[in-house]
Design a protein. Structure first.
Length: 329
């Protein structure tokens, strides 16, 4: 584990989906930023010679978004940890969505607190924008495009492993499952459906005109829309339905023991949940809609998960082509 992490060289060859971590839009950049966007560093790494249980008395931060740098924790060993884009920060996050001196975590007699240092895009704890607040173990901390989890002393080891497992199976931004988990579950579900001669449906769904949201209001507002979208669709799904982020603004639902009639009902309920009320964002209320396409597995025909997804994707394209904000299947 490391107590400081500053690598001045930006990550090269980033392949994350478009619209997630790009620099802030024109209304969201910190003052004085005129250069090209700089991709985030892999800021935290765990040294193999220092096992976790040697530091039960230490609190730490675990970076959970972007998920491609989840490989360790940052111990908070000093009384003050300054976080920002500046090279002199204790935890440097070289991304234009982060201010030069964004926030500071301080040790108090009761534990730790975090204070925003007048950042442009704000500091958020447990989804709420804060000026200063005491940190509780398990709190999520959002700084620009970065998401961390704070783990307090005494609970580090178990929560660390739980946090990393969650990061490997869930999309940290939307709270839905990720593509890898979806594909693994879909493979098993198809085998079960074929064996038991039960229907199984895959629904592909995509936010309409999402690129214009990013282009007009910036990526942080786009992130707000993605987060709200995942929450709305998740509440409209049935308890045993699986919702996953497939990539960018595209999501996928796996509906087991579900035929085309039931799939249409579920997809329509999700569609109306998305478009009925405006999304509340930092740029004001935005009217958002989504298009849906679904395909039902034929249990008598050998079909892979990707083939089923591709058939659903064709129906999604049909929904887009015929006017958007509709379900085709």
């Amino acid at each position: 584990m490391m107590t400081a992490a500053t690598n001045p060289d930006p990550i090269k060859g980033d392949t994350r989906p478009e619209g997630l971590l790009g620099g802030a839009g024109p209304d969201l950049k910190p003052p004085g930023d005129h250069g090209a966007h700089v991709e985030p560093d892999a800021t935290m790494h765990r040294s193999p010679e220092q096992p976790i249980d040697q530091h039960h008395d230490q609190s730490c931060l675990v970076q959970i978004y972007p998920a491609d740098v989840v490989d360790g924790m940052l111990l908070i060993e000093s009384d003050e940890l300054v976080i920002g884009r500046d090279a002199g920060a204790d935890l440097m996050l070289p991304d234009n969505s982060v201010s030069r001196r964004h926030a500071v975590i301080r040790r108090t007699s009761q534990g730790f607190e975090i204070k925003d240092l007048g950042s442009t895009n704000g500091t958020f704890v447990a989804g709420e924008q804060i000026t200063k607040v005491a940190l509780k173990s398990g709190d999520t901390i959002r700084l620009g495009s970065f998401l961390f989890k704070f783990l307090s002393a005494g609970s580090v080891e178990s929560q660390y492993h739980e946090t990393v497992y969650s990061a490997l199976t869930r999309d940290a931004l939307t709270g839905t499952m990720n593509k890898r988990y979806l594909l693994e579950t879909l493979k098993r579900s198809i085998a079960t459906a074929v064996r038991q001669k039960q229907p199984l449906t895959v629904v592909m769904l995509d936010i309409d005109h999402f690129k214009s949201v990013n282009d007009t209001y910036g990526h942080l507002v786009g992130d707000e829309v993605l987060r709200e979208f995942g929450q709305r669709v998740g509440t409209a799904c049935r308890e045993d339905d699986l919702l996953a982020r497939y990539g960018g603004e595209e999501f996928c639902m796996l509906l087991t023991a579900t035929d085309s009639v039931e799939a249409m009902e579920v997809a329509e309920r999700c569609r109306t949940t998305v478009c009925d009320q405006p999304f509340q964002t930092a740029a004001g209320p935005l009217n958002i809609s989504a298009s849906f396409g679904f395909a039902v597995l034929n249990p008598d025909h050998s079909e892979t998960g990707l083939e089923l997804i591709n058939r659903a994707d064709e129906r999604l394209y049909e929904a887009k082509k015929s006017g958007r904000n509709r379900v085709c299947g």
